[in-house]
Write a protein that binds this ligand. Structure first.
Ligand code: NAP
Length: 524
């Protein structure tokens, strides 16, 4: 008998009616839970969140909101083992994958709690310095950030049920906006449990947090000019949301985090056996296999100097062939299955598209014998590497995102062509350069920076302490232009901007300073 998951709306747990979606264990295909959002009063949930949740949060100081985030982080940390188990059974996470998700969630909540604590009693945020704008110092301007008076609808992808939800929620609550969060249905057991724990903790004021477990229904049709939609998922779903009539009519603030063809670039200076080269290989294998490649920041394209192609291919093929694929419930498994049957179908179809312009070097779409799995069950694929010695910007590797453990190794012969190839991804979340050659780094970073939200540079000096590029840090921007959605999340206080209205105050300096909380004795 599978569990029925519920939604928490307008201060109550509710069960939807009508057609249910089944949630399965992607290793065994056993049905674990069911959910539906049919018949739920989403307009009522929006109204309560806006009116009660918004009011209570705006009445709190930023320091008090920060205390709230601390409690939510602690709740997650206390339930870590239980949540890891849900990641294993419902998302196909290995223990290490699930910890990455849950610890990333707690750490991001704590990061924003600490930022907020520093702001103490403030309720609004001064944006930059005040500016004298007249002939005398009396006439003064100051930009100010104030919470929007609507609700933040936060829609997440299936791959990070904890981290994805927590990172968006932290920024909105700290800014003073109530949240309606919607996890992807297929892997929502972990998010559902977190929602239960947060509500039971009593930390959240009424209406500050709502949880929609299942399809989006007509939720977006209730949104207006003070509301926000923060979306993470595929470019195709993002395009549907952008076309939603009332979102366009009311200019609802929309942040999109979508696909990305992230890349690694190996500089011509690194040679086999060096620490930096080992870092390149271990990061590449991690970014291909962690969460079975189902990370928005996973590496999809690896560019290396043409005369190094064979040695890099040999080493990567060797390392990928050693990765044990299986049911995460079996301790021998190092990489789990894809999250759903649809994912398996899409990844195999994507591999077929890639083989139109590249050759398979390892793995591929064929069914595999996974460890600890009933015969023929589970959504498993092998870590897969393709190779293209003479890439062009039109190759499918530069156009198709295969959201699984799949990367294409490509050769480059000159820096200008390399920059064109990296940029051909159409806008990405992260590109990583492994080199200590300063002129090379400068030329490549200058060329590719406009196409990315983040560029990481790793070399010999950082080999012992570098953070794998797929790890999203709350201090630094997450997002990217073009196909990556054009959105921005995190990046410290920048992450709050979506939930805040910037207003320029212009007037007599003491009044402007008083309203913006920047008043010092100025004598004017
Ligand atoms: P998806 O199919 O686009 O779904 C994302 C979310 O949108 C889910 O919660 C889904 O709900 C919801 N949704 C579906 N149709 C909707 C609609 N018409 N209106 C509003 N919401 C709707 O993506 P996914 O398969 O979960 O995630 C994989 C994709 O996400 C990949 O392309 C990956 O690159 C991208 N991603 C990007 C980032 C980033 O930060 N840039 C991070 C993670 C993943 P249901 O599950 O109920 O259908």
């Amino acid at each position: 008998m599978s569990t029925v998951l519920r939604s928490y709306l307008a201060g109550e747990w509710r069960v939807g009616s009508g057609k249910e979606t089944e949630l399965v264990n992607p290793s065994t295909e056993e049905v674990l839970a069911r959910t539906s959002t049919g018949g739920l009063d989403l307009g009522g949930a929006v109204k309560l969140a806006r009116e009660r949740g918004g009011q209570s949060l705006r009445a709190m100081t930023i320091g008090q909101r920060a205390e709230l985030l601390k409690k939510l982080a602690k709740t997650l940390a206390d339930a870590r083992e239980e949540l890891i188990t849900l990641g294993l059974i419902n998302a196909g996470n290995t223990r290490s994958d699930a910890k990455f998700d849950i610890d990333g969630a707690s750490a991001t909540l704590m990061f924003y709690a600490e930022l907020g604590s520093k702001m103490g009693d403030a309720r609004v945020i001064a944006d930059g310095e005040g500016i004298p704008i007249g002939r005398s110092a009396r006439l003064y301007g100051q930009h100010l950030l104030v919470p929007r008076q609507g609700v933040a609808v936060q829609i997440n992808a299936f791959n990070f049920p904890a981290w994805g939800m927590a990172e968006k929620l932290a920024a909105a609550l700290l800014a003073g906006m109530p949240v309606i969060t919607k996890p992807a249905t297929s892997t929502s057991m972990m998010a559902h449990r977190i929602a239960q724990l947060w509500i039971e903790s009593g930390a959240l004021p009424e209406g500050a947090f709502s949880f929609l477990c299942g399809g989006i229904g007509d939720l977006l049709s209730f949104l207006g000019p003070q509301d926000v939609v923060a979306f993470t998922g595929s470019g195709a779903t993002a395009a549907q949301i952008r076309r939603q009539e009332n979102l366009a009519r009311h200019n609802v603030h929309l942040n999109i985090e979508a696909d990305s063809l992230n890349s690694f670039v190996l500089g011509p200076d690194l040679s086999l056996g060096t620490e930096a080269m080992n870092l390149f290989f271990s990061d590449a294998v991690k970014e291909i296999t962690q969460k079975a490649g189902q990370k928005c920041t996973a590496v999809r394209r690896i560019f290396v100097p043409a005369d190094r192609l064979d040695e890099v291919r040999e080493e990567l093929v060797q390392r990928l062939s050693e990765v044990r694929v299986g049911n995460p419930a079996d301790e021998r498994a190092q990489m789990g299955p894809l999250a759903t049957a649809q994912q398996l179908h899409d990844v195999r179809a994507g591999m077929a598209q890639l083989t139109r312009s590249s050759k398979l070097a390892a793995g591929g779409p064929k069914p595999i014998e996974a460890i600890g799995v009933p015969s023929g069950k589970g959504f498993f694929v092998s870590p897969t590497l393709l190779i293209q010695p003479n890439p062009s910007v039109a190759d499918s590797a530069n156009e198709v995102e295969v959201f699984g453990p799949v990367a294409t190794l490509m050769a480059f012969r000159e820096n200008a062509a390399l920059i064109d190839l990296v940029a051909a991804g159409g806008g990405g979340l992260v590109s990583s350069i492994y080199s200590d050659d300063r002129p090379f780094i400068e030329q490549v970073v200058t060329g590719i920076a406009p196409y990315h939200g983040r560029v990481t540079i790793a070399g010999e000096k950082l080999a012992g302490q570098s953070i794998p590029p797929g790890t999203v840090l709350p201090q630094l921007l997450h997002g990217g232009p073009g196909r990556a959605g054009g959105g921005e999340e995190l990046g410290g206080m920048r992450g709050l901007s979506l939930y805040l209205q910037r207003v320029a105050l212009q007037g007599h300096r003491p009044i402007v300073e008083q309203l913006s909380g920047t008043r010092r004795e100025s004598g004017v």
